[in-house]
Design a protein around this ligand. Structure first.
Ligand code: K7E
Ligand code: CUA
Length: 765
């Protein structure tokens, strides 16, 4: 039995230890100068610290969604604090979130099966947020998988993955997810050419049968899902298509996809042939593909497509005939293609060139309108003359990759891989303005909303490929390094190094935090993956065990601090489906659920219903418990799954326990409860004497406390009923339960009191 402390005593101890901690800190810290000296910090360091430091309770101005690379996840962090807030599970099971462990999320992961195969890994590259008029709106996030061409949809109301779609024709993919200015389509471009059909085609047929493609996934914003029945693709030559971007403003209706290895080299180092890297970098230029996607969407609607693997594809000859596909040379093995905020230009940097090329959309459009072509590629696609399309070319450094835009007019930042630098330059005048060293080998870079119609400036993040010596060594596999750079002034200033213990980040997108409106709880009994009421939901007092179609369904609830039911007994071989609803209304009162030896953890956030279906294949005793430290009696949030051997009858014998209670125990417990109620009353008095209703968080806490007090009243009633019958054993136990609800009430009350104290609440007049 747990030793009971009176609640008043707990309060006093807490106060004393807080006081001591405050005293110790002030004695240790010394003056700012002392700390600077002791840690070897300069004024510049302090300035950088002041620009990123976020005091307790402080919030960030921007949130970043970063690809988690090979982890198959998305990382969320804040700017300028660089504090990591969440890893969103997308293509890969993640037990803390129950992702891939509860039935509901297993169904999402199962959507990502390819040719019947479960793929539990994803190589995420480019996150994209839904846009309205070319600006991110914070409703949904998309992310692609390069290794297994797939696209996932994350709802930013709860930061959960809702859908995975498999690309029906691609065998490799890199240029996703790019979102059209009003989120009609999400774009995905293939990378390594392969036959669009499934099945074997020898490499000797590379030129004729291997292909690239771009897919335009139709997004149904109302449903928050991609709609494969309204999506289509465009067949492209067997070049290695790379990144993409949608036009906006004057270039709205067009999409741009660049490529490398337009040499169409097929490798063969094992046969003594030069490797891919030699054969794919021979030519001085590759091609950016320009697609009139609005016209393509009309062709699709008009049925001018060929079905491949059940998916409509506009073939190249149709695209050429209809005038929706053009090529423009681009130097050399390029990587990024980035449309300027006003949509008048796009910038492409060639990895093997020192220049960034600024293309003028107006010039391109004039050439297309005049049918002024420089030639055709081997597939009959018109090629425009490079020189005639250029606005300017600027020498930015060795190995330029990606571009991001500033809030200041004409200012762009380019990541320089080989030089390990970021170059700031003016794409209107063609002038280089500033360079800053980064550590090391930057890939993508990201400015605040820096790929939208209205970039927000202020900060830039350098997403570096190597960390080498920047952090304490942790073995041969180093962390990634995101570096925060201040771009508010004329000179860039490095502010912060953030190690990232996750897969290679590739791209990230930032959004003003104020645009995000995530919820704090689900409606009661919610299937979060399907966004509707769960058919398995239940309420407190309605918990039940029902056999249906050979499956034993357990409709249970979770609340501080018990699981209902606490004993589940089934027979060997029985199929069991557990459905738990978290019936908390309080913010952040998540419960977890794990059973010994069943490879399961559920994360059941307030309101959510999560299920776990299994076969009780081995007789035995399997404790289960809550995996989140949800309350003082969290360790007691437990239960037993008993699997009876086949043919053995359930034993109805009286439960035998360690302890029975007498009237003396009962009286002692009641006395304690009455004293505790006194403490609660004083906390309640403190809160209600102040303007607590002006604080949303406190109002929510008071609501929760009221719930707990109602539960306490219930338990009190049961206790009194048993006492009246002279059953002091049950009376004492229910009195103890009454006390447990009091503890929860007091815990919440104290949280509310602290909040009021910290936020300057005032006494009511
Ligand atoms: Cu690594 Cu955009 Cu996939 Cu460049 S990508 S670095
Ligand atoms: Cu619920 Cu611990």
């Amino acid at each position: 039995m747990m030793k009971k402390k009176s609640f008043a005593k707990i309060l006093t101890t807490a106060t004393i230890s807080l006081g001591l901690a405050g005293w110790a800190a002030s004695a240790w810290a010394g003056s700012l100068e002392d700390v600077m000296k002791a840690r070897g910090l300069t004024q510049k360091d302090l300035l950088a610290a002041a620009k990123t430091y976020t005091p307790t309770g402080g919030r960030d101005e921007f949130l970043v969604f970063s690809s988690g690379g090979q982890s198959g996840q998305v990382m969320v962090y804040g700017i300028p604090s660089m504090r990591i807030l969440k890893y969103i599970a997308v293509f890969t099971p993640e037990p803390w979130q129950g992702y891939g462990f509860d039935d509901e999320s297993k169904a999402v992961l199962a959507q990502g099966k390819i040719k019947g195969k479960t793929i539990n890994f994803g190589d995420t590259h480019h996150p994209g947020i839904t846009e309205t008029n070319g600006d991110t709106d914070g409703e949904f996030l998309f992310i692609n998988d390069k290794a297994n061409p797939r696209m996932a949809v994350i709802d930013l109301k709860d930061f959960e993955t809702k859908q995975i779609v498999v690309n029906p024709i691609m065998k490799s993919e890199h240029g996703g997810a790019f979102v059209s200015p009003n989120s009609d389509y999400v774009m995905e471009a293939s990378q390594y050419p392969a036959p669009l059909e499934n099945g074997y085609v020898p490499l000797s047929k590379f030129n004729e049968k291997y292909r690239g493609a771009v897919t335009y996934w139709k997004f149904d914003r109302k449903k928050g899902r991609l709609d494969p029945s309204k999506s289509f693709s465009l067949e492209l030559p067997p070049y290695s298509q790379d990144l993409s971007d949608f036009g906006k403003g004057p270039s709205d209706g067009w999409s741009f996809t660049n490529s490398f290895c337009t040499e169409r080299y097929i490798g063969g180092i094992e046969k003594g042939r030069p490797p891919f890297e030699a054969g794919c970098s021979q030519k001085d230029t590759d091609f950016v593909h320009m697609v009139n996607w609005k016209k393509a969407a009309e062709l699709f609607k008009a049925g001018k497509t060929t079905m491949i693997n059940g998916h409509p594809v506009i073939m190249m000859d149709t695209a050429v005939k209809e005038g929706i596909l053009f090529l423009i040379p681009e130097p050399k093995s390029p990587h990024g293609v980035d449309v300027t905020p006003d949509g008048k230009f796009f910038i492409i940097a060639g990895k093997l060139d020192t220049h960034a090329s600024v293309y003028s959309f107006a010039k391109i459009k004039a050439l297309i309108d005049a049918k002024d072509y420089a030639g055709k590629d081997p597939y009959g696609i018109p090629i425009l003359d490079l020189k005639k399309t250029l606005h300017t070319q600027v020498q930015v450094g060795l190995g330029p990759l990606h571009n991001q835009y500033d809030s200041k007019e004409c200012i762009v930042y380019t990541s320089i891989y080989v030089d390990s630098q970021i170059t700031k330059w003016n794409y209107c005048t063609g002038k280089v303005l500033d360079k800053i060293n980064i550590h090391y080998n930057v890939g993508h870079l990201m400015a605040m909303e820096g790929d939208t119609a209205h970039p927000k400036g202020k900060y830039l993040v350098s997403l570096n490929k190597l960390a080498i010596d920047r952090f304490n060594p942790v073995g041969p596999l180093h962390p990634q390094n995101h570096q925060l750079i201040d771009i508010s002034g004329d000179k860039m200033q490095l502010l912060y190094d953030m190690p990232v213990p996750l897969g290679e980040p590739h791209y990230a997108v930032a959004i003003q935090a104020s645009k995000l409106k995530p919820k704090v709880r689900y409606k009661l009994g919610w299937n979060s993956r399907e966004d509707k009421k769960s058919i398995w939901r239940t309420r407190p007092g309605r918990e039940k065990i029902v056999k249906k179609d050979g499956v034993t369904h357990v409709y249970g609830t979770l609340i501080r601090s018990h699981i209902t039911p606490e004993i589940i007994e089934v027979e060997e071989g029985e199929k069991v489906s557990l459905h738990f609803t978290n019936v908390e209304r309080a913010q952040d009162e998540t419960h977890g659920f794990a059973i010994n030896n069943f490879n399961v953890n559920l994360s059941v956030e307030p309101g959510k219903t999560a299920s776990f279906t299994f076969t009780a294949d081995k007789p035995g005793v399997y404790p289960y418990y809550c995996t989140e430290f949800c309350s003082a009696l969290h360790l007691e949030m437990q239960g037993y799954l008993l699997v009876r051997p086949k043919g053995v009858k359930a034993s109805d014998a009286a439960v035998s326990e360690g302890q029975t209670y007498t009237k003396a125990d009962y009286d002692k417990q009641i006395k304690n409860n009455v004293a505790t109620q006194g403490v609660i009353d004083s906390v309640v008095g403190y809160i209600t004497a102040r303007n607590f209703k002006s604080f949303k968080s406190v109002v929510a806490l008071v609501e929760d406390a009221t719930d707990q007090l109602n539960f306490a009243a219930d338990a009190k009633k049961k206790s009194e009923e048993f006492a009246a019958k002279g059953d002091y054993n049950n009376a004492t136990l229910w009195a103890q339960q009454w006390f447990q609800y009091q503890v929860k009430t007091a815990d919440i009350g104290l949280r509310a009191k602290t909040y009021l104290d910290e936020h300057g609440a005032v006494v009511n007049k």
